[in-house]
Write a protein that binds this ligand. Structure first.
Ligand SMILES: C[S@@+](CC[C@H](N)C(=O)[O-])C[C@H]1O[C@@H](n2cnc3c(N)ncnc32)[C@H](O)[C@@H]1O
Length: 878
């Protein structure tokens, strides 16, 4: 990748964008050729006199792509030969320390030059495949070994390498550096998940792991191509230690017993470490133990606490301050504050208030906390107030990487075993539509727009199965690993999740799953000194549990990606490959326990890194709450394909109904939805576009024709449903809506269209009906196929008595809202303001149930669209 980027730059061409990077890995010659032409066209040098004509450039780029494909092939061969050689590892020849250091210096220089020339855009490619290692044996039970004892390729089970850092660090996606043992023999080390800030400078990196830092690498794996996972890959065999998880490395203090009788053969000039961070060695945990024994109350410890607090790492700050407090009671107040914050983070409000009231004069920080907690509650003391949701919404609209400040809220739910589906969340009491059940922040999520990776799209190609992971999937794993090291009490909620059907469940997943994760007693925070984290398990947990959310958007926003409303937002249990190469990967431990249903009974909505889950319907005690991993509006085969990696057969009502229609009908329906419908919708759009304008010729025949085709399509679709199926026929919704739109368009032509033509059209479809009737009926039909019927009798609840219907749609959430507003518009046109207001009020109610946030959020999402301005205005002033 680095060679390709350098050569493209040499030709004055831009680096491939995120989408093109994925195409590059797709070895299909035709797509490579197209991509080469495209890149050649983007030449920065528009000078006509340039000797590089477009043809030459095109041929040049194609040649570069061929080189890239060869390098990729070489990488695959190296991977295979390493797998084969694992059976017969061989002792290695040590490379002279000097040579390794010279090579490291050259590589660092090359990376720096590449970044400087990249104009802030520098894609990166790494590889994985085969086993991912992590040691679970405590250091005390391992035997020391030296570089000369190492074999390759081999994992040195039962041993550790005692070494020290002798070079600067080279950061690509992981980090590479040179270590030496006490005999002066050196070897390169590559560490995955070293940092998620890919823009750290050499000085910042050096402050994390300065030259001279002593390390113990547990059960090291010596690879024939050690840098393939950390990068940059060279497509050449370079032997070195490959560390797949940072927990295999222990940073040793100067006074560590392991170092007591070590004499380093080589002398080392130690650089002056960065003064502000000199105590913050990479991943060194500030356990109470180390501070009790040495300088717990030192300026360094105070700095550390300060830095951790600034980073929002309350757990780490707590540990440092608790150590300070043990030797100096002046840290009491700070400790209480931190304890309070920890409880708040855990959503443990009663305990937090108790902790506060034990203080005679609450500090300003505590007052802020109290204020925050009040903001979270409704007047009834439940859930998250509408104003708070509005503030989440508007804050997250401002940024594509919003991390919000809020404590988690856990409503009337509990974790239960669900036959055939592992664990799930069930209700502990009856709930009403719109009731908040969960409001949870992600732990260690990653946004593509995060400062540390924006402009640095990362792709990881699995050389074994071809699976591609992208930036936020990879960096969320790094963030999670670092969070777990810092706050071991996260191990149960995070590693207690499952990691897909291929990986056996972790020991944590066999324990009862906690509803709240961080109200672990402070003493337990210091308990464990070494946490073993399996990076492959973390990756699996993310792949099968994390959400790749899109922000909810305004309905008039052309970039709006959410077609199915709030719940579809919650769907992506997989960080889907998006245009922005994985916009976000968000692990939310408790919401991740929710199982999937194509017909969800709750709506999960994302605001930055916060997800709120609300009941969509009145649900009785004991109901399992389920949201969508994939959009239920899609055809059965598409849903099944998207869910296939989970290896379960969805048993939701929609899937049961679809299967009941029979394979042939399901196939027919999919063919209509995938082929005929989009073609008809496009035709109808074009026909309607040609209407209306004063200078445009009115093509009544075309309109008539479009209407006829859509009506026929309704019949075709109806034939694919079993006669006993009932109302749920979501595929019909868009067809009915389109028919309504054509009526609307014909209605707007009433002045110019010949009355006889209009009547002919009406008579054909709905003899005896007015255009407005068909328009109205089509919207009602559209709502009926997702379960919404205007109410006949009295409402089931006093909250909904002034609404035209009191059942939320089963699917097509935002589309259903649009139908309600369109019906309101028709009533307004007929001067029936009361009905218009009632339908708009119903749309608002449905919006509150799905998203909440009050009038402000509703108006921000729907009021920007001119189409509904009149009804919204009338409703607001009613
Ligand atoms: C995000 S987790 C949900 C929590 C999971 N049930 C657990 O015990 O940790 C996703 C996994 O749950 C299971 N699952 C989710 N929905 C399911 C369903 N409708 N039927 C069966 N299994 C389901 C699958 O194993 C899936 O990979």
């Amino acid at each position: 990748m680095e060679d390709l980027l350098r050569s493209l730059r040499g030709l004055g061409l831009q680096a491939p964008n995120s989408e093109q990077l994925l195409e590059l890995l797709d070895q299909e010659p035709e797509s490579q050729r197209r991509l080469a032409q495209l890149l050649a066209l983007q030449s920065k040098d528009d000078n006509d006199d340039s000797l590089l004509t477009k043809d030459i450039l095109d041929a040049g780029v194609q040649a570069l792509f061929e080189n890239f494909a060869r390098a990729l092939q070489k990488e695959k061969e190296l991977f295979k030969s390493e797998l084969n050689a694992l059976a017969v590892p061989k002792p290695i020849k040590t490379v002279p320390r000097k040579a390794l250091l010279a090579r490291q210096a050259a590589e660092i220089k090359r990376m720096q030059e590449a970044w400087a020339a990249s104009e802030g855009y520098h894609p990166r490619l790494i590889f994985d495949g085969g086993d991912t290692y992590h040691s679970t044996t405590p250091l005390s039970q391992l035997k020391a070994l030296s570089v000369r004892n190492l074999k390759a390729p081999a994992r040195h089970v039962g041993s550790f390498l005692l070494c020290r850092v002798v070079s600067c660090l080279n950061l690509y996606v992981g980090c590479t550096f040179i270590v030496e043992d006490s005999a002066g023999d050196a070897v390169p080390v590559s560490v995955s998940h070293f940092t998620s800030n890919l823009k750290l400078s050499i000085a910042e990196l050096s402050s994390l792991l300065p030259i001279g830092t002593a390390l113990a690498i547990r059960e090291p794996y010596l690879s024939l191509n050690h840098a393939s996972r950390a990068g940059p890959a060279s497509s050449k065999s370079v032997i070195g230690i490959r560390v797949d998880t940072p927990t295999d490395i222990k940073v040793l203090h100067d006074d560590d017993a392991l170092l007591s009788d070590v004499t380093w053969k080589e002398s080392l000039t130690l650089p002056a470490a960065s003064p502000s961070l000199k105590h913050l060695k990479w991943l060194q945990r500030f356990s109470g133990k180390s501070y009790h024994s040495s300088d717990a109350d030192s300026a360094a410890a105070k700095d550390a606490a300060h830095v951790f607090r600034a980073q929002g790492r309350t757990g780490a700050a707590y540990r440092v301050v608790s150590a300070q407090q043990a030797v100096n009671s002046s840290a009491d107040a700070e400790l209480e504050e931190l304890q309070c914050q920890l409880l708040f983070d855990a959503g443990a409000y009663p305990e937090a208030f108790e902790a506060m009231s034990s203080t005679t004069s609450p500090s300003s920080a505590m007052a802020t906390l109290k204020h925050k907690s009040q903001g979270l509650m409704t007047e009834a003391g439940q859930g998250c107030s509408s104003a708070r949701v509005a503030s989440f919404y508007f804050t997250s609209q401002l940024s594509d990487k919003a991390r919000l400040t809020t404590a988690d809220f856990v409503g009337p739910v509990t974790v239960r075993d669900i036959p055939g589906a592992g664990r799930g969340l069930v209700l502990t009491r009856e709930v009403e539509p719109g009731e908040l059940l969960l409001c949870c922040r992600a732990i260690g999520g990653s946004f593509a727009a995060d400062e540390g990776c924006s402009g640095i799209p990362v792709i990881r190609l699995n050389l074994e199965d071809g699976l591609i992971s992208t930036t936020t999937q990879i960096l969320a794993a790094t963030n999670i690993i670092h969070c777990l090291i810092d706050r071991p009490n996260l191990a149960l909620p995070f590693l207690g999740l499952t990691a897909g059907p291929k990986l056996p469940v972790s020991k944590w997943a066999k324990q009862p799953y906690p509803l709240r994760w961080s109200n672990v007693p402070p003493s337990a925070l210091d308990e464990k000194d070494e946490l073993d984290i399996d990076a492959a398990y973390v990756d699996g947990v993310l792949r099968f549990n994390a959400f790749g959310p899109g922000q909810i958007s305004r309905k008039s926003d052309p970039k709006a990606k959410i077609s199915g409303g709030a719940s579809s937002n919650a769907a992506a249990s997989i960080p889907e490959m998006t245009g922005e190469l994985g916009r976000a990967t968000m692990p939310h431990p408790l919401p991740a326990i929710l199982n999937h249903s194509c017909l969800p009974n709750v709506s999960s909505v994302f605001f930055g890194d916060v997800v709120t889950t609300r009941a969509l319907h009145r649900l009785p005690t004991g109901t399992e709450i389920m949201h969508q991993y994939v959009k239920g509006e899609q055809p059965y085969a598409v849903r099944s394909a998207q869910l296939s990696k989970h290896e379960f057969k969805c048993g939701c009502t929609l899937c049961v109904l679809d299967r009941g229609d029979g394979d042939e009908n399901v196939k027919k329906r999919q063919a209509i939805m995938g082929g005929t419908l989009p073609a008809l919708l496009e035709r109808s759009r074009l026909v309607m576009k040609g209407q209306g304008g004063p200078e445009k010729e009115v093509d009544v025949d075309a309109l008539h024709d479009a209407m006829r085709s859509l009506q026929a399509l309704v019949q075709d679709l109806q034939h694919t449903y079993s006669s006993t199926r009932g109302y749920l026929r979501p595929e019909l919704m868009h067809v009915h809506v389109e028919i309504a739109k054509i009526c609307n368009c014909a209605g707007s032509l009433e002045q110019s269209i010949q009355v006889s033509e209009r009547n002919a059209m009406l008579d054909e479809f709905c003899p005896g009906f007015e255009l407005a009737d068909i328009f109205w009926q089509s919207y009602l039909d559209a709502l009926a196929v997702v379960g919404v019927q205007p109410r006949q009798g009295p409402s089931a609840s006093s909250h909904t008595s002034s609404l035209t219907c009191d059942k939320m749609p089963d699917l097509h959430f935002d589309d259903a809202l649009a139908c309600m507003l369109s019906i309101a518009k028709l009533y307004l046109r007929m001067e029936d303001t009361e009905s218009a207001v009632a339908w708009t009020r119903t749309a608002f109610w449905a919006h509150e149930c799905m998203i909440n946030g009050g009038v402000e959020v509703f108006m921000d999402r729907w009021g920007q669209d001119e189409t509904y301005a009149d009804v919204l205005h009338v409703w607001q002033t009613a």
